[in-house]
Design a protein around this ligand. Structure first.
Ligand SMILES: Cc1ncc(COP(=O)(O)O)c(C=O)c1O
Length: 363
């Protein structure tokens, strides 16, 4: 593929950092993880970071730490990576989907209130594709109803809502460091919070529920979700590059949007309250999506579906009526994305523009 999705920017510094960590003789969770947690929490403007081995694990320990259990309900979006909803199910609790806003494709805050019942315990908004969810009204609703808010910021490192970094607004926020994310540790995740008790609980949950002071004593049922120092050492290097990656991603989108805005396509955008980090370049096509995608793939431009419309996925389809989320379903049917990697050159961007223009004119 000439323009592939998800190729991380791993260079000499990352390789040297891994080598250095391996030479210390300590490779599992240790000083590097602690250093990475502190640096990432500081970047978000939050007190504590709890690093784990995936973004999914971060969501799982976050939900477990606030006491989500059998019979509870957790409100979230139907349009996301399935990993947003699965951890709710791991705890035998029920994801309650609320349709999305057509402009941002994030959970629509005005539809949340009527889905709240006495079983509702939390809201998990996702900052999809790097565009922050409209989180002030979500926090307001949560406060009046006594709910926790866990931000799923897996795709939104460095994004801002009204000038505030995502990850610093909800009670806990979760990020992924999978290879195609804004920064990577190869596989990895982190949960950040200002609440010291929740942070301690999540630290124990990632380590088999072990007591902080008493070795091999496990007051709670935990998981083994630890991050290794090898992975953290990559993250420490990557974090230093995050802001420059974001600048390049925003420049890519400004260029692409300018060259494509006369076509009948819905291109990535940014609400007044948002600083979008544009995790990918996603496009909604009014008709002929299949042909457009086929053409791009033939030209060597990798495409992906607009993630998952979760209520229609096999583990969910018997439990949900997919017709109840028309905006999310429509976006999923019409949408796809291509890479918005910071490594794309001006030549790559021009190639993308000309292929997209041709693909659209052939429909
Ligand atoms: C929105 C969202 N939430 C959660 C996850 C889970 O992260 P991970 O793949 O690191 O488990 C992802 C990543 O793929 C994601 O895109």
């Amino acid at each position: 593929m000439r323009i592939a999705i998800g190729k991380p920017d791993i260079g000499r510094e990352e390789i040297e950092a891994v080598e250095e960590t391996m030479r210390t003789g300590w490779v599992t969770q240790g000083e590097r993880v602690e250093e990475f947690e502190k640096a990432f929490a500081k970047y978000c403007g939050v007190k504590y970071g709890v690093a784990v081995n995936t973004g999914t694990a971060a969501l799982h320990v976050a939900l477990a730490s606030i006491g989500i259990k059998r019979g509870d309900e957790v409100i979230t979006t139907p349009l996301s990576c399935i990993a947003t909803a699965n951890p709710i199910r791991y705890l035998n609790s029920k994801p309650v989907f609320v349709d999305v806003d057509p402009k941002t494709l994030n959970i629509n805050p005005s539809l949340i209130k009527k889905k709240i019942t006495e079983k509702t315990k939390a809201i998990v908004p996702v900052h999809l594709f790097g565009h922050p969810a409209d989180i002030d009204p979500i926090m307001e609703t949560a406060e009046t109803s006594g709910l926790y808010v866990i931000e799923d910021a897996a795709q939104a490192h460095g994004a801002k809502y009204k000038g505030r970094k995502v990850g610093s607004i909800g009670h806990i926020s979760c990020f992924s460091f999978y290879a195609d994310k804004l920064i990577t540790t190869v596989e990895g995740g982190i949960a950040v919070t200002n609440d010291s008790e929740l942070a301690e609980k999540m630290r124990s949950l990632r380590n088999l529920g072990m007591d902080k002071h008493k070795k091999f004593y496990h007051p709670m049922l935990g998981y083994n979700y630890k991050m290794s120092d090898i992975h953290a050492s990559i993250g420490i290097v990557q974090l230093k590059k995050l802001d420059s990656y974001i600048t390049k991603r925003r420049e890519n989108v400004a260029y692409l949007n300018e060259k494509l805005n006369d076509l009948n396509l819905k291109l990535p955008s940014e609400e007044d309250y948002a600083f979008n980090v544009y995790y990918v370049y996603h496009i909604l096509v009014n008709n002929g999506k299949e042909k457009t995608v086929e053409y791009l793939e033939r030209e060597g431009i990798e495409t992906r579906p607009l993630l998952s419309f979760i209520p229609a996925q096999p583990p969910y389809q018997n439990k949900y009526d997919a017709n109840k989320y028309p905006v999310a379903r429509n976006a999923h049917q019409k949408g796809f994305y291509v890479s918005n990697s910071p490594q794309l050159t001006r030549n790559d961007l021009n190639f993308l523009v000309s292929a997209l223009r041709k693909a659209v004119s052939r429909r």
